[in-house]
Design a protein around this ligand. Sequence first.
Ligand code: ATP
Length: 453
Amino acid sequence: MSTPTDTQRMEKIVSLCKRRGFIFQSSEIYGGLNGAWDYGPLGVELKRNLKNYWWRVMVHERDDVVGMDGAILTHPAVLKASGHVEGFSDPMIDCRTCKAHLRADQLVEKKGVKQCPNCGGKDLTETRQFNLMFETHVGAAAEESSIAYLRPETAQSIFVQFKNILEVSRKKLPFGIAQIGKAFRNEINPRNFTFRSREFEQMELEYFCRPEQGMELLEYWKEERLKFYENIGLPSSKLHVLTVPDEERAFYSKGTYDIEYEFPFGRQELEGVAYRTDYDLSQHHKASGKSLEYFDEETKQKFIPHVVEPSAGVDRTVLAMISEAYAEDQAPNDKGEMESRIVLRFHPRMAPIKCAVFPLLKNKEPLVVKAKEIVALLCPDMTVFYDESGAIGRRYRRQDEIGTPFGVTIDFETLGEKDPALRDTVTLRDRDSMKQERVAIQDLPAILRERIR
Ligand code: ATP
């Protein structure tokens, strides 16, 4: 089912991302490289917060999952065995009129005739398969034997290292191996900002189990993964589970669903969860001639484990978080007049900057000294931004626009000039309610830690 699109909202988001340093077009000063993006100072913080939280929940808070970090350059034999060399392709059609390369499912059909979505041209080539993998050469000689691929998913290095990791971690089934890293696909039409890129990051878990546990674990991961998205600020009302119909599923999968989010450009996939049976391990077991079997000490049986794979996209989730956070509302300026403001309502756990610190006036030395002491106090626990320039209302607004959830202001009361009882207290402002509370400086680290964890 499609959801209404909101082009205007998307344009505002893209422009804010550039203006405030979340995401830039890659190689922009040379005209840009299609399908590649660079994350700026705020984007990289947001992305790290997401990856760290995924790692925390999927690896550190569980005793049945270990991590790994595999190489991007991949031996062709790995991707031959997995089926990627032969079959990792999209059907492609060219428009002879405007020369566009199109994915076959992007053609529009009018009165039963297929047309190019760009120019309406009807002079189209036959469909041919276009392999999405990036090929490169390792070493000085560019010949057949030197071919390697940039991995199209992180999963294969997990399967190939299954035996090594099983031995060193001494885990018993069911257990998982997790990885976060870059993947590359030469997408025919990169689009929707970072949503479909040629270089992107994945967060993948391969959760190995006994054959009879597969279907049950497929369900188990649905709840876990939906909870994860809610915990990073994507409301359940905008998350949807789409069961992939039998005819669209990979032939080796016994069940697959996508977790989708309502982006401004429509409902689209954030993560795919697939029960891949024992397909991958069996393929590598056969092709490498090395045993990838598991020995069950209780039953004394040897078998190739099955696997359930929750595979999420970092960039797509970052885009979902920004899309969800973007809001426009009314806030009072320094004169108390209402003005419109742009605010990113990130979950505090995900916000790139957690706390901004403002001395009320920049030319009052004791206020500045105190403010810098507070920055030093908070820095080990969180990202902090110090800002002394401009009217305080303007400073709040700048932080609202990048989603900083908390602002601390150091005023004359902090210095104890008006009321000695208020010495060494500051105001703590909440981005969303804009309410301010007075708290003791010494309590700040604990209060903020609790709200951002
Ligand atoms: P799609 O159908 O959108 O092409 P897919 O089903 O091929 O995606 P998977 O192979 O299941 O994707 O990859 C798992 C996850 O990796 C996706 O859910 C998505 O979050 C991310 N991903 C895949 N391709 C891209 C891409 N081109 N750009 C950004 N993220 C991607």
